[in-house]
Design a protein around this ligand. Structure first.
Ligand code: ATP
Length: 318
């Protein structure tokens, strides 16, 4: 039986702007997404039966059909029934290192790894855009997670334009273990509070989203201006998540006061990241995070920005 081990990196949002409502019920977004080297390991092993099974090292991650990795395998089985019949089912084992419900796209990255891994396991030879199209059926962040790196994401987040990679920047991530923010709640609350400011005309929605291509964040990335990248961090969802969870602001201010390029909540939270110029600066910010009132409930990680998405670590045939 053949098996593959894949690395599935987390992402952070360097920029997240909510522009308006889409006819499909989702929000029209303009984002800059960035992969980091904090990653899960996803192992795929062919089974001789036609079952899909999921195991995960984290007790709070569901291992049934609601797991995004399971859904990715079920989608592949439905799309490629001949390959599923020929190669059999799959056992998916997730070694979870990315905090869950954290705004770091852990589940989406696991799903992306399953798409990439099954393409190899079932010898389908899919292109990156075919994989991204399948990913968009599973979740808005899945297409980005496939190739990863640095990219502008518009639409629901599935329309991608790659950006040059920003090398040698570090992040310190802080996530309160018992503070999980539901993504759906954050977007619904934003709509309830700020829906009256949304762009409504379809053409205006498209041109506002397109404006992110010439935004100062994108210019800062193109020119590798690390200081400006730190200054231009932006996340509209902070406007609803921070008032509901004041610890997030406290953590952000602690990071900012420790001396980093900039600090921001990632996605719908609750992770806060500090962008750092060097490993040394990241260590100092990390130390300040440790001094916070409830260090036992606060998980802190140091990671590097990475230019890669899903990577095959090894493959075996036994
Ligand atoms: P995003 O940034 O895309 O909104 P997130 O980091 O906020 O994602 P996830 O860690 O992907 O959130 O998980 C959100 C919820 O999805 C979890 O609470 C969990 O119940 C469920 N879930 C389903 N599949 C997975 C998976 N493979 N890994 C983690 N969580 C999963």
């Amino acid at each position: 039986m053949r098996s593959y081990s894949l690395i599935a990196p987390a992402k952070i949002n360097l920029y997240l702007e909510i522009i308006g409502d889409r006819p499909d019920g989702y929000h029209e977004l303009a984002m800059v997404l960035q992969s980091i080297d904090l990653a899960d390991q996803v192992d795929l092993r062919s089974l001789s039966t036609d079952t899909i099974s999921v195991r995960c090292s984290h007790p709070q991650v569901p291992i049934n059909r609601s797991n995004l990795a399971y859904q990715a395998a079920a989608l592949m089985a439905a799309e490629f029934p001949d390959a599923f019949a020929q190669f059999g089912g799959v056992e998916i084992t997730i070694d979870k290192r990315i905090p869950i419900a954290a705004g770091l796209a852990g589940g989406s990255s696991n799903a992306a790894a399953v798409l990439v891994g099954l393409d190899l396991l079932w010898q389908l030879g899919l292109t990156q855009s075919e994989l991204e199209e399948l990913g968009s059926q599973l979740g808005s962040d899945v297409p980005f997670c496939i190739a990863g790196g640095s990219a502008i994401a518009t639409g629901r987040g599935e329309r991608l334009s790659p950006l040059p990679s920003v090398d040698n920047l570090y992040v310190v991530l802080g996530k309160y273990r018992h503070l999980d923010v539901a993504t759906a709640w954050a977007y619904q609350t934003y709509r309830a509070n700020f829906g009256n400011t949304y762009v409504v005309n379809k053409q205006d929605l498209t041109s506002r989203a397109a404006a992110v291509h010439s935004s100062s964040m994108v210019q800062a990335i193109i020119h590798e201006d690390r200081f400006q990248i730190g200054q231009r961090l932006h996340n509209d969802l902070e406007r609803v998540v921070i008032p509901a969870y004041p610890q997030i602001l406290q953590l952000k201010e602690t990071f900012q006061n420790a001396g980093c390029l900039g600090a921001m909540m990632s996605g719908s939270g609750s992770t806060v990241f500090a962008l750092c110029d060097s490993e040394n600066q990241a260590q100092k910010v990390h130390q300040q995070g440790r001094l916070l009132a409830q260090p036992s409930d606060l998980d802190l990680f140091i990671a590097r920005l990475t230019s890669t998405g899903i990577q095959v670590m090894s493959s075996n045939k036994d």
